[in-house]
Design a protein around this ligand. Structure first.
Ligand code: ADP
Length: 175
């Protein structure tokens, strides 16, 4: 991709894939850090993950799009995708895949996935970005449990996502 003419800028595009069920501030932190490194960041919302989800694809897209608008992230787009991340990355002309790292527990899986992606698409680089300390313990699974039990998620999700989580909880019986 290197060009001899230094004045010709190569557009840097990265894809940030995930199931984002729902987007939380840890995800947002990674997206903001990645958006500073590239011309365009595409948040790729996995439409058919191998997990049981609380939010539909449309809901997960809407929550990310609202988050991007609220945060004023001008170079971030949100799109759904199915199939292999590298196929989506090639389709949108991305040079890199972004993943967020929390602790050692994420590392092994992310490492395996990155090496597999490199084997499948050697021209695409995986960028691992380390999360802010505040979000080290945040996971979508844990926050859904806290929401279910009526806990306070202030500082962990945006107000929009907190509201969406609230609406997903079964109505409490008033008997
Ligand atoms: P997946 O289903 O691909 O694991 P997730 O929606 O759980 O997707 O996460 C998407 C990406 O965000 C992954 O790279 C994951 O490591 C990262 N991530 C998840 N939680 C955090 C967090 N608290 N801080 C930073 N990155 C995170």
């Amino acid at each position: 991709m290197r060009r001899d003419d230094a004045s010709e800028h190569i557009r840097r595009v990265a894809v940030y894939p995930g199931s984002f069920d729902p987007v939380h501030r840890g995800h947002l932190d990674i997206a903001k850090r990645a958006a500073r490194l590239v011309d365009e960041l595409i948040v790729a919302v996995y439409a058919t993950p191998n997990k049981k989800l609380l939010f539909s694809t449309d809901e997960r897209l809407r929550l990310w799009r609202e988050t991007v608008a609220e945060e004023g992230l001008a170079n971030v787009q949100v799109e759904p995708f199915e199939g292999l991340v590298i196929d989506f990355a090639r389709h949108v002309g991305a040079q890199a895949i972004v993943r967020g790292l929390r602790a050692v527990t994420d590392f092994e899986l992310e490492f395996q996935q990155a090496l597999m992606n490199r084997k499948l698409a050697p021209e695409i680089e995986t960028l691992m970005i380390i999360t802010d300390l505040r979000y080290l313990f945040v996971s979508a699974t844990l926050l859904k449990e806290v929401a279910h039990l009526g806990g306070d998620l202030d500082g962990i999700v945006t107000a929009t996502v907190a509201q969406a989580l609230k609406e997903k909880q079964p109505a409490k019986s008033t008997d």
